[in-house]
Design a protein around this ligand. Structure first.
Ligand SMILES: [Zn+2]
Ligand SMILES: [Zn+2]
Length: 276
């Protein structure tokens, strides 16, 4: 029996999957994204937002690290152990690499203009509003296991479940966690791991720097049998770094613990905030 060439009619109540214009596969995302992202090196590096916050983050890490190598590390190297400054250097490298990857990676920008008005058919959808949610609940498990379908009228796409439109990036981001103003980038499907390891390597770096700073001051205090004030006067930079890094580690540690909590729930920041 020859196969019928007639197009199949969708069953009543089903969401009709309309014809989709295939995106041109030879084009990279950076060439079909008209969001606010800045792309360099043929799309391998991208970022968006306010660069001033990013410079602040780099300065908050690089300046104390430079002071540590100038004042604390030589004393630790000569008097305690040569391994400790090496471990510090490794943690600093880990922190910087994860920061750069989180800042410059594509967070999961979804290609635009795939499901345009012409491809989904005139009158089939009112896309005057910025986002349309299609309620596809037919069975008990719909909307529980399967999330509603969202149409983004800005990007003109049916975006996947857990994706969301970021106003700062002006793009839909796959599994969007949040837009981080400090990184000037969204945290999403493709750079979440770098963000997570950045905040934990930053926490470890801070606690390690704090410990070595206090070790410097306390050892001087014991060796010279002087008062604590006198020991701080001998190593004021180490003491200042110890206080700065101990206080500065509180925020990334709290953030890291919060993300472990989110992972245990199988959620991301946006879903947790919206569901509460
Ligand atoms: Zn969008
Ligand atoms: Zn964003």
């Amino acid at each position: 029996m020859p196969a019928s060439t007639e197009p199949l009619e969708p069953a009543p109540g089903h969401v009709q999957l309309l014809s989709i214009d295939e995106p041109p596969h030879h084009l990279q995302n950076q060439k079909i994204s008209s969001g606010k992202g800045t792309f360099c090196l043929h799309g391998r590096v991208q970022n968006s937002g306010h660069r001033s916050y990013l410079l602040l983050v780099f300065a908050a890490i690089a300046i104390p690290a430079g002071l540590f190598f100038g004042f604390t590390a030589p004393w630790i190297w000569n008097n305690i152990s040569q391994a400790l400054p090496v471990v510090f250097s490794y943690l600093l490298l880990l922190c910087i690499v994860n920061l750069v990857r989180a800042v410059t990676s594509d967070p999961g920008i979804l290609p635009r203009n795939i499901h345009t008005e012409t491809s989904i058919g005139p009158g089939s959808l009112n896309i005057a509003s910025s986002s349309v949610t299609v309620n596809c609940r037919q069975y008990d498990e719909d909307n529980l296991i399967y999330l509603p379908i969202n149409y983004c009228a800005v990007c003109k796409i049916w975006r996947p479940a857990r994706a969301s439109h970021c106003r700062d990036c002006d793009s839909c981001i796959d599994i969007m966690d949040h837009h981080c103003v400090w990184l000037n980038n969204c945290v999403g499907a493709r750079n979440y791991r770098y963000f997570f390891w950045f905040i934990w390597s930053l926490s470890l770096l801070g606690y390690f720097m704090s410990t070595l700073g206090f070790v410097h001051v306390l050892t001087l205090n014991r060796q010279k049998s002087s008062s604590m004030i006198a020991a701080i006067r001998f190593a004021p930079v180490s003491f200042a770094l110890a206080i700065y890094s101990a206080l500065g580690s509180i925020y990334p540690t709290s953030l890291g613990l919060y993300h472990i909590f989110l992972m245990s729930r199988g959620e991301n920041t946006r879903e947790f905030v919206c569901n509460e």
